[in-house]
Design a binder for this molecule. Structure first.
Ligand code: HEC
Ligand code: HEC
Length: 413
């Protein structure tokens, strides 16, 4: 008996250590049976894939490409037109502008701090900034560009020919490299390196006001935001249906309805659902599982004061409205209210019973952690050059060997 107890005691030492280790940095919210990762500062250095490291020269060239309309269908809008530095590196209409002649169907995210996201877009459908950039500039409601046309425009811009050769080491600009450079610009220039939240979590207790600290305690406690908004980006990158209401645009604006219906069609929704649905089905479009209808990625909350309105179709104009929504336990849409015979609403949301003062403290916390605005003047982009006159060059030759190499070979460059 004695011996067994001793052995148990020995065994329990490493076990206890394990518990402490795995519990380190975790926060237990009130009435919450599990533990969630704590809020954390943005890890430095800025993460980048091994085949696309951040360098100052790449950030500079990527900046030009981010603001250059050559990389869209009719060369009339750039990433920067929908991700405007003056609109929180997003677009302040509830639903974004679209490619000329269209409107989008969702709210524009900010491009700030996206280096830290593993799942991009409201339904988390793209896994890297390198893949996100072409998805945007080829997507019908955004850039609507064709690969060969966009690439040809870069190749007909002497400054780009020179810079791509110098920085990327290719004889002619390659479109794939353009997406790498844009991703590098986002990582290198649009990361908030030292926000008040980072400073506070790194030990500078004066970085947040007393009210904001109270708000943070509510965020991680009574209001249970930490359940989903946790870690360095204040997002668990999981998906939930909060019952975010249908945007009025889907019902009242013809062009928005067309975009919504077109997206459902293009994303391969079954005809029955295509005919019945009126709300954005979010994650369903990627997973095609009904239990995912109306679920969206938990949003990062680091740059909020610059990026109103909020939610996937800008349903709420102010942070006060967002807090009221959560205080009531979320809302309803057609995937939660039984219209189709099921309810996908997350059971996590419950009425919070927050006082006016508590609501205000939460708002102050979210406002203060937004930090300094990342300001940038929109650069002038390089212009096209006149191509040298080469009457004997056929299109097939140009495509096969590249204009520069051909010109060199006949001594005309
Ligand atoms: C016509 C407007 C428009 C253009 C042009 C555009 N975007 Fe976007 N962007 C949006 C919208 C709207 C979303 C959200 C779309 C969604 O989730 O379905 C978005 C989402 C994103 C995201 C995801 C951020 C997150 O939190 O997941 C990034 C990054 C981004 N855009 C960068 C770019 C880049 C880089 C370009 C140019 C290559 C670009 N965008 C061009 C409107 C635009
Ligand atoms: C169950 C998980 C969950 C909980 C709990 C939760 N959120 Fe969210 N939050 C989300 C999701 C998912 C979205 C995006 C929903 C959408 O667009 O329909 C979101 C969006 C937001 C947005 C909008 C961000 C933007 O850029 O548009 C804010 C602000 C926000 N939440 C704050 C909070 C606060 C404050 C709390 C606590 C009172 C909280 N959230 C609790 C999952 C959650």
């Amino acid at each position: 008996m004695k011996q067994t107890r001793k052995r148990l005691a020995i065994l329990s030492i490493p076990f206890a250590c394990l518990l402490v280790a795995s519990g380190a940095g975790k926060v237990l919210a009130e009435g919450d049976p599990d533990t969630d990762p704590a809020l954390a500062p943005l890890p430095m250095p800025i993460p980048a894939p091994p085949d696309n490291p951040i360098t100052a020269a790449k950030v500079e060239l990527g900046k030009l490409l981010f603001f250059d309309p050559k990389l869209t269908g009719d060369a009339s809008l750039s990433c920067g037109d929908c991700h405007d530095p003056k609109q929180g590196w997003g677009f302040n209409d509830p639903i974004s502008r679209g490619y000329p002649g269209t409107v989008h169907w969702r709210n524009t995210h900010t491009a700030v701090n996206t280096a830290y996201l593993g799942k991009l877009f409201w339904e988390g459908s793209v896994g890297s900034l390198e893949k996100q950039a072409p998805a945007a500039n080829k997507g019908a409601l955004a850039g609507n560009g064709e690969n060969d046309v966009m690439e040809a425009r870069l190749r007909q811009t002497p400054y780009y020919v020179e810079k791509f050769k110098e920085i990327m080491g290719t004889d002619l600009p390659m479109l794939g490299d353009a997406w790498m450079l844009i991703a590098t610009f986002e990582r290198g220039a649009l990361t908030q390196k030292d926000s008040p939240l980072d400073r506070y979590l790194n030990g500078d207790k004066s970085a947040l006001s007393e009210t904001a600290v109270k708000g943070m305690k509510l965020f991680t406690g009574k209001a249970n935001c930490i359940e989903c908004h946790n870690g360095p980006m204040l997002s668990d990158e999981k998906y939930y249906n909060l019952g975010t209401p249908r945007p009025i645009e889907f019902e009242e604006m013809g062009l928005n309805t067309i975009s919504y219906r077109w997206e459902n069609y293009a994303k391969g929704v079954y005809e029955k659902y295509y005919r019945e649905w009126k709300d954005d089905a979010g994650l369903y479009y990627t997973s095609k599982r009904l239990k995912d209808a109306g679920k969206f990625r938990t949003q990062p909350l680091r740059y909020l004061i610059y990026t109103a309105p909020y939610m996937h179709a800008g349903q709420f104009f102010t942070l006060e409205e967002v807090i009221d929504f959560y205080n009531e336990g979320g809302g309803d849409n057609e995937f939660t209210d039984g219209t189709h015979g099921y309810n996908n609403k997350t059971p996590i949301l419950k009425p919070l019973d927050l006082s006016d003062e508590e609501k205000e403290a939460l708002v102050v916390f979210l406002e203060e952690i937004s930090g300094e605005e990342i300001k940038m003047a929109v650069p002038e982009v390089p212009s096209y050059g006149v191509m040298p006159d080469v009457p004997t060059l056929t299109q097939a030759q140009a495509k096969r060997i590249g204009m520069d190499i051909y010109l060199n070979s006949i001594g005309k460059n």
